[in-house]
Design a protein around this ligand. Structure first.
Ligand code: 3SL
Length: 245
């Protein structure tokens, strides 16, 4: 971890100000389910994902693009938005559906966290599905690193903090770095305690309970898979594309 300066974790999209991200390398995490869906879409051949903050912004963009090449995607409170092509189950984002398309993506917390982080120096999207690929990108970074957990409506989400802790463990070979700020220490400790059994602890989280009510239990198992892909989603000029794509 030769180049690492400081390492911090913000526990929700309401727990930081945009200015705090200036000149930082940022990783946005929303395990259930926005960041897992973004990773899956790129893995399955989507050309780009345009994150938006709300329905107004999504429909403004949708009105001005060629609908053959774009899909309108996302959810509100976990439920697919009426009139959208896709919801937020990563399992909907198959190669047949998203291959070659650009996606306008609007979610309750995840895309808001991404939009709020746009002023950072580099912005990546992490999930358990691509954790080692993100590690590789972070090892090349010379900036301070901030892991942003999207959380749920301003609250902490266990699964996001768990992945943040996993990333810190991997970055530091299991030793808490001296450069860790308080948020990083908490995430590191959480992963230390629960990291041996990611799937079963994530199933016990508050967000898993919400997804169970929406009959999206299979999405939880899907999002807890470790390293099924080496895609590194990175935001550039308002679009998320593959870092080396
Ligand atoms: O909050 C979000 O961005 C979503 O990922 C929430 S949900 O998993 O679709 O409920």
């Amino acid at each position: 971890m030769a180049n690492l300066k400081t390492l911090d974790v913000f526990f929700s999209l309401n727990s930081f100000q945009e200015e705090e991200l200036r000149d930082k390398a940022v990783v946005v995490i929303d395990v259930l389910r926005a960041s897992s869906t973004i990773v899956t879409a790129l893995m399955n051949g989507a050309k780009a994902i345009i994150p938006v903050s709300d329905m107004g912004e999504a429909s403004k963009i949708a009105q001005n693009v060629d609908s053959e090449n774009y899909l309108l995607c996302g959810e509100k409170d976990g439920i697919k938005i009426e009139g959208y092509d896709l919801g937020n189950s990563p399992r909907e984002y198959t190669p047949e559906v998203v291959g070659g398309k650009k996606l306008i993506f609007n979610t309750t917390n995840g895309t808001k966290a991404i939009k709020k982080s746009i002023g950072s120096s580099n912005l990546y999207i992490a999930s358990f599905l691509n954790v080692n690929a993100i590690l590789k990108a972070l090892k090349e970074e010379t900036k301070d690193i901030v892991l942003i957990c999207a959380g749920w409506k301003g609250r902490l989400a266990f699964e996001d903090m768990l992945l943040a802790g996993n990333i810190i463990h991997l970055l530091s070979d299991g030793e808490l770095p001296d450069s860790s700020r308080d948020g990083a220490k908490v995430a590191f400790g959480l992963y230390d305690k629960y990291g041996d059994d990611v799937t079963s602890v994530v199933h016990q989280s508050n967000h898993a309970a919400r997804l169970n009510e929406l009959e999206a239990t299979d999405d939880i198992d899907y999002c807890c898979q470790i390293d099924i892909t080496d895609v590194i989603p990175r935001l550039k000029e308002g679009m998320i594309t593959l870092k080396n794509g």
